[in-house]
Design a binder for this molecule. Structure first.
Ligand code: URA
Length: 312
């Protein structure tokens, strides 16, 4: 019989890992459908538990396939990470099942997004798309907001709790700061359009995994194409690396012009610090102000600048 204290430890671990909502009575092994039984790697006994155990942040990241994660409290030392398959494991196949299924999802997404001739079509296509597991845990699809004919489009990271409840991007505390910042250079939601790199809230606001970003990417690319902005503003490191495919952190990417160029779209893109980061690190607002002026200069060059509150 499992001790109560141990159960509590497991639950805490799950919450830290972002699994903060129960969506069914029983756990579903979503890997089972894609893992051929005969070739399944051997896992330690600990992995047979409802949630795999882990011995640290790296093991959590590996399990969720999401790259680095916050160095939160270390889980109970008694629990073990999944064991590495033995050296005698069968030779690698051309494409691992997880990768093959990711490629199939991406193809499906690309096909659905490609058919969309309007933003309404695209939204409907996303409503029908089940390739991003976040849809199962989110409350609402968070598609886009603002003026879909605007020359400036902001792209953020992922919906948070408020956005998930309302189905509108950037309506929480970060969104209010972003609106204020845009207002400093005369922009508002009638003069910009805004969306996110992914369309559903990750549980517990964890960082979206590469697989989730890949699944949503064809829709975002089509959304950008349909809006047709003259300038893209990438809000935060996740959006910057998702759209630019760059490995550098936002500290290196921000404040400089890049080009978002899938299939020759060639849209100038400026990366910004995320307002959530600015709320945590107000000392960086100075740099953010500089980045806003960089954006304003480009808008002026293009004849798109609006008077900001302080300049008229
Ligand atoms: N942060 C984001 O990146 N996007 C939102 O929509 C809200 C908060």
């Amino acid at each position: 019989m499992i001790e109560r204290a141990e159960l509590v430890r497991w639950l805490k671990w799950q919450i830290e890992a972002g699994a903060d909502e129960a969506i069914a009575e029983e756990a579903i092994d979503r890997f089972a459908a894609t893992r051929p039984k005969a070739e399944a790697p051997s896992f330690s006994k600990a992995e047979a538990a409802p949630m795999p155990a882990a011995s640290g942040a790296a093991a959590k990241a590996a399990y969720f396939d999401q790259g680095p994660v916050d160095q939160g409290p270390t889980p109970a030392p008694a629990l073990q990470a999944p064991s590495i398959p033995p050296a005698s494991a069968p030779p690698a196949r051309p494409m691992a099942p997880a990768l093959a299924s990711r490629a199939a999802t991406e193809n499906d997404a690309r096909e659905r997004a490609g058919f969309a001739q309007s933003l309404d079509d695209l939204r409907a296509a996303l409503d029908d798309f089940d390739g991003c597991p976040l849809k199962a845990t989110a409350t609402k699809l968070v598609f886009g907001d603002g003026n879909p004919k605007a020359p400036v489009m902001f792209v953020g990271e992922a919906p948070g709790e408020d956005e998930d409840r309302q189905g509108v991007p950037f309506v929480g505390v970060s969104g209010r700061l972003l609106d204020r910042m845009a207002g400093w250079i005369g922009l508002d939601r009638t003069t910009f359009y805004i969306a996110n790199s992914i369309y559903w809230r990750p549980p517990g606001n964890r960082t979206p995994t590469p697989a989730e970003i890949t699944a949503c990417q064809p829709f975002l690319r089509r959304q950008i194409e349909l809006v047709g902005p003259r300038i893209l503003v990438l809000v935060g490191g996740a959006a910057a690396s998702a759209l630019l495919g760059r490995a550098e952190g936002i500290g290196k990417l921000r404040g400089r012009w890049h080009v978002y160029d899938p299939d020759g779209l060639a849209i100038p893109a400026l990366a910004f610090y995320h307002p959530a980061y600015l709320l945590r690190s107000p000392g960086q607002k100075r740099e953010a102000w500089r980045d806003l002026l960089t954006l304003q200069d480009r808008l002026r060059e293009l004849g798109l600048a609006r008077p900001s509150p302080g300049t008229h």
